[in-house]
Design a protein around this ligand. Structure first.
Ligand SMILES: C[S@@+](CC[C@H](N)C(=O)[O-])C[C@H]1O[C@@H](n2cnc3c(N)ncnc32)[C@H](O)[C@@H]1O
Length: 250
């Protein structure tokens, strides 16, 4: 059977010199594809003739449309599908979910809409603010009110949101048993610090997604995490989305 998959043409491309010229060149390139189906062009990834099964799932499409607040966020739909897969894959384990860091909470909200979290806790961490003394880069929604805005997106009492610097803030609240963890701190030292505290708490079969691992501009994380997890007998799958994927073994 031949699938005739949907396509996704987003505008989430980073590091462009001239966005208009780039989009015109992209469209000219796609015009030369004989069977123009299954095209994904977003998030610095252009490919075609892919099944893109996640775009066929109504519940996933609904959750992404509901929870992404900007075109940039929506453009990361393939990354979001990885997170939902990982949480679903880990959902049979008796462990909590973790995200360092959640920013506006959009990907965690998407996971929480699609995976039943009623029997577990979901720990979210972020600084939520930025000032010049902080080593992370500023993002558009950082503000003194962002924590409250994210809190309001999660009425569930089992979603525990901690404001502060990872890994220090893990001392305030952290799970003992982890089924699924997403690291998205854009910072090698902070992510290794989180792994130092939390890796041993991930259950066998638990899934770790490293958002920045496969992005060349986050090469420091790539090298540090390859070495750190390699020393613990684990291999990271570099995905075309730029994510890294690890399934914990005993
Ligand atoms: C790319 S955003 C996270 C996006 C989010 N995971 C999502 O999918 O929507 C990176 C976040 O990391 C946070 N951050 C960076 N360093 C941090 C640290 N050491 N502790 C806590 N949060 C940190 C920033 O405040 C920022 O909100």
């Amino acid at each position: 059977m031949k699938l005739l998959p949907p396509s996704f043409l987003g505008r989430a491309f980073f590091g462009l010199l001239d966005g208009d010229k780039f989009l015109a060149a992209r469209d000219a390139m796609l015009d030369q594809i004989q069977y123009r189906h299954g095209v994904f062009a977003s998030d610095n990834l252009i490919t075609w003739d892919k099944a893109l099964g996640f775009l066929r799932e109504d519940a996933f499409a609904h959750a992404v449309n509901k929870n992404t607040t900007t075109g940039l966020e929506r453009g990361t739909v393939w990354r979001l599908s990885t997170l939902v897969w990982a949480a679903r894959q880990a959902a049979h384990l008796d462990g909590d979910f973790v995200e360092c860091a959640c920013y506006r909470g959009s990907s965690a909200r998407t996971v929480a809409d699609l995976v039943d979290i009623s029997g577990r806790r979901y720990f979210l961490y972020d600084l939520f603010e930025h000032d010049e003394s902080m080593p992370h880069h500023a993002m558009a929604a950082h503000s003194a009110t962002l924590y409250d805005e994210v809190r309001a997106r999660f009425p569930e009492p089992n979603v525990i949101i901690t404001k502060g610097r990872v890994p220090d803030s893990l001392a305030q609240a952290a799970p003992e048993r982890i089924a699924f963890m997403h690291l998205d701190l854009n910072n090698a030292e902070a992510e290794i610090g989180a792994l130092e505290v939390l890796w041993d708490r991930i259950l066998p079969g638990g899934v770790l997604v490293l958002d920045d691992f496969g992005w060349a501009s986050y090469g420091k994380q790539h090298l540090a995490e390859t070495a750190w997890l390699g020393a613990r007998g684990h291999h990271i799958l570099e995905m075309p989305t730029g994510q890294g994927l690890v399934i914990k073994h005993a």
